[in-house]
Design a protein around this ligand. Structure first.
Ligand code: DAH
Length: 344
C-alpha cells in the first residue's frame, strides 16, 4: 500500500507539472485530492487495516495529501505571476517613446499681473470686489465730485451709451473709481477693498495708452486713516511686486474725488531710472493716481467726514505689467500676437 501511495503522489506531481493554464488546476485538485480520488479512498480504507499498519500508512497518506496541497498552492502562484509577465514579454512595449504633446494654454500676462496685485492687497487685508463695466453717469462722475460741465470730465474721454439723461446717462466706465461709491453705499467703515476691472477711454492709442485697459481701484475708510497709511500701503505694494530696491515717487496731482491728490510713479525697470524709451526718458513710469477721499464724497454716501477719513488709489495694471516684463508698447498686450503672448 505504501508503494501504491508513492505512485499516486508521483503521478499527481507529474501531471501538476505539465499544467500551464490556471483553470486546469481545479480539475487536477478534484482528480487527486477530491472525494472520489484514489488518495481519499486509500484514507477511507484505513479503517479495515490492523492498528500498527493503519498508523504507518495513515501518517504517510496524510503527509502526501499535505505535500500535494502545498504543491498546488505554489503552482497556482507561479501561474498567476506568469500571467502578468508573459504579455509584457510577448508584446514588448517601448515606454521610452515620448508621448504626443498636448497643446497647453496659458494665462494672459494681464491676468497673471492682476492675480499678483490682488494677492498682495489680500495679504494686507483688502477684500476684492467687482462691479459693472456699463456704468451710470452718477457713479462714474457725479458722485465722485465731477458734476455735468465740470472741466475734469475732459480728463476722461468717454464712450457714451446714451447721452443727455444727466446722472441717468449710461457709459462705459472710464475708471474703476465708481466702485468706491458702490462700496461705500452698501458698507460702513472700516472698509478695505480693491476693485479690479476693465476701463474704457475714447482715445487714440499709442505706446503707453490703450482704449481698453485694466485698473485696480483701492479704498480704505476708517477712523484716523492718514496720508501716511496710503503711502505705506503703496510702498508695500511696490516692494512685494518689484523688490526692495525699486523707487516710488509721489507728486501732487488733481483728481476731483480726493484731497490732496497725487500721482504715483515707479522707477523705470528697463533703464533703472537713467531714461529710456519705455519711461519717455524721465526714469519714471506713472502707475497710479491716489489721494485722501474728498470729504464731499464721504458725505454724499452718508459717512461723516468729521469722524472718518479714507484713502483711495487707482493702479494701471498694464503699466505694472510693462514694468514687470520690460514691455515698451502697451498695444502688444491686446494685439493677440502669439509670439508675444507665448513669452509669459
Ligand atoms: N480714477 C483715476 C484715473 O483713472 C485714478 C485715480 C486717482 C484713482 C486718484 C483714485 C484716486 O482712487 O484717488 O485717472
Amino acid at each position: 500500500m505504501l508503494e501504491q501511495l508513492k505512485q499516486l503522489e508521483a503521478q499527481a506531481l507529474e501531471e501538476l507539472d505539465r499544467i500551464d493554464k490556471p483553470r486546469e488546476l481545479e480539475l487536477w485538485r478534484v482528480r487527486h485530492l477530491g472525494k472520489k480520488s484514489s488518495l481519499t479512498s486509500v484514507l477511507r480504507s484505513l479503517a479495515t487495516l490492523p492498528l500498527g499498519e493503519r498508523r504507518k500508512i495513515g501518517a504517510q497518506a496524510n503527509e502526501i495529501k499535505r505535500a500535494l496541497e502545498s504543491s498546488l498552492n505554489e503552482k497556482e502562484k507561479s501561474l498567476q505571476e506568469a500571467s502578468f509577465t508573459s504579455p509584457l514579454e510577448s508584446r514588448w512595449l517601448d515606454i521610452t517613446l515620448p508621448g504626443r504633446p498636448l497643446p497647453v494654454g496659458r494665462l494672459h500676462p494681464t491676468t497673471q499681473i492682476l492675480q499678483d496685485i490682488c494677492r498682495v492687497f489680500k495679504n494686507m487685508g483688502f477684500q476684492t470686489i467687482e462691479g459693472p463695466d456699463v456704468e451710470w453717469d452718477y457713479y462714474n462722475f457725479e458722485a465722485l465730485n465731477i458734476p455735468e460741465h465740470h472741466p475734469a470730465r475732459d480728463m476722461f474721454a468717454t464712450f457714451w451709451i446714451d447721452v443727455g439723461a444727466g446722472a441717468k446717462a449710461r457709459l462705459l466706465r472710464t475708471h474703476t473709481s465708481p466702485m468706491q461709491i458702490r462700496l461705500m453705499e452698501r458698507e460702513r467703515p472700516p472698509i478695505r477693498a480693491i476693485a479690479p476691472g476693465r476701463v474704457y477711454r475714447y482715445e487714440a492709442t499709442d505706446a503707453t495708452h490703450e482704449s481698453v485697459f485694466f485698473n485696480v481701484e483701492g479704498l480704505a475708510v476708517d477712523k484716523n486713516i492718514s496720508l501716511g497709511d496710503l503711502k505705506g500701503t503703496l510702498y508695500e505694494f511696490c516692494r512685494c511686486l518689484f523688490g526692495e530696491d525699486r523707487q516710488v515717487r509721489f507728486r501732487c496731482d488733481y483728481f476731483p474725488f480726493v484731497e490732496p491728490g497725487m500721482e504715483v510713479a515707479i522707477g523705470c525697470s528697463v533703464c533703472d531710472g537713467v531714461g529710456c524709451r519705455l519711461c519717455g526718458h524721465s526714469g519714471w513710469i506713472e502707475t497710479a493716481g491716489a489721494g485722501m477721499v474728498h470729504p464731499g464724497v464721504l458725505a454724499r454716501v452718508g459717512i461723516d467726514p468729521a469722524v472718518y477719513s479714507g484713502f483711495a488709489f487707482g493702479v494701471g495694471v498694464e503699466r505694472i505689467a510693462m514694468l514687470r516684463y520690460s514691455v515698451d508698447d502697451i498695444r502688444l498686450f491686446y494685439s493677440n500676437d502669439l509670439r508675444f503672448l507665448r513669452q509669459f
